[in-house]
Write a protein that binds this ligand. Structure first.
Ligand SMILES: O=C(O)c1cc(=O)[nH]c(=O)n1[C@@H]1O[C@H](COP(=O)(O)O)[C@@H](O)[C@H]1O
Length: 294
């Protein structure tokens, strides 16, 4: 497998090399700031926005969020389950939401949390990471709890296509500990972090395309488990800000020296400001300002 370079570099007589997801994300975080806006069309939020809990409401909600935040956020993260609950028509709205994000020039993270045995994983990779797939996103969230290596088809397809993945390491929910903390100083989560670090060695540039998910709510877990995020060289997607109670100050104290690689993500905390574009933009800007404040 050739090295994935951090930027476009045309070689004589060949197709330009595709810019990696890690490189595209690093640029977006540098120019726009370290915030991803989650698109979570919960029934209650649809109602609060004066929309029905149906496919038309879902589409209006999703496209409004993309339109409002695309120029401010480094990425948007549609939560797949909230489209799936509307059946095939809901998944079609997700396809149009991902296309709208691409048209609006904001990176997409499909929050699908996929993970399966290798042969089936190849099909999930095909759905979310293949050029020309209706559901193709810039990146997808993956669950490594069938074993990190089971994710191989997605890791390789992402690398080939300039796309990325975010692998769950330490999740924001309290139950995550019962799996992820097992092993103490040689924890399951530490194994995932090390595997991501080694995977990113195939990428040059500031950030590799294999990110991790580490919740903003995990408190002292990185210290307790003796986990160093420094060698990962991938973005750390940190959910938990806002609705789950974490603050920008928590992010700084939790991540310490790794904070510059953290991409904070907030869904309900920003979406509750809707439905107007102005209010969504103000909430996004306010969150960005608080993430940048010392
Ligand atoms: O992968 C995720 O995005 C994720 C991982 C995790 O550990 N915790 C977590 O909350 N998430 C997602 O992040 C979003 C958080 O939403 P809010 O709590 O409304 O900001 C939801 O879509 C969750 O599915």
């Amino acid at each position: 497998m050739p090295d994935i370079v951090g930027a476009h570099e045309a070689q004589d007589g060949q197709q330009p090399v595709r810019e990696s997801f890690g490189s595209r994300l690093a640029s977006a975080m540098a120019t726009r700031g370290p915030l991803c806006v989650g698109i979570d069309p919960h029934p209650q939020l649809l109602a609060d926005w004066g929309l029905n809990d149906d496919v038309a409401g879902l589409e209006r909600f999703s496209l409004s969020v993309v339109e409002a935040v695309a120029s401010l956020a480094a990425a948007v993260k549609p939560q797949v389950a909230l489209y799936e609950r509307h059946g095939s028509a809901g998944m079609a709205v997700l396809e149009r939401t991902l296309a709208a994000a691409a048209d609006a020039d904001v990176l997409s993270i499909a929050d699908a949390k996929r993970g399966d045995i290798g042969s089936t994983m190849a099909a999930y990779a095909d759905a979310w990471l293949r050029d020309g797939s209706a559901l193709a996103a810039d990146s997808v969230t993956l669950s490594p709890y069938l074993g990190f290596e089971s994710l191989r088809p997605a890791l390789d397809l992402a690398a080939q296509n300039g796309r990325g993945v975010f692998v769950l390491a330490l999740t924001s929910n309290p139950e995550g500990k019962s799996v992820q903390h097992v092993g103490g100083s040689n924890s399951v989560a530490r194994g995932i972090v090390n595997a991501a670090a080694s995977e990113n060695q195939r990428y040059s540039g500031v950030l590799g395309s294999v990110g991790l998910v580490v919740g903003a709510t995990i408190g002292s877990a990185l210290k307790d488990l003796d986990i160093d995020l420094g060698p990962v060289r991938g973005a750390i997607l940190a959910p938990g800000l806002g609705a789950q109670g974490a603050t920008p100050a928590d992010l700084r104290s939790t991540f310490g020296a790794a904070y510059p690689t953290v991409l904070a993500t907030s869904s309900r905390g920003i979406l509750a400001a809707g439905p107007t574009s102005a209010a969504l933009r103000a909430a996004t800007q306010e969150t960005l300002d608080s993430l940048r404040a010392e």
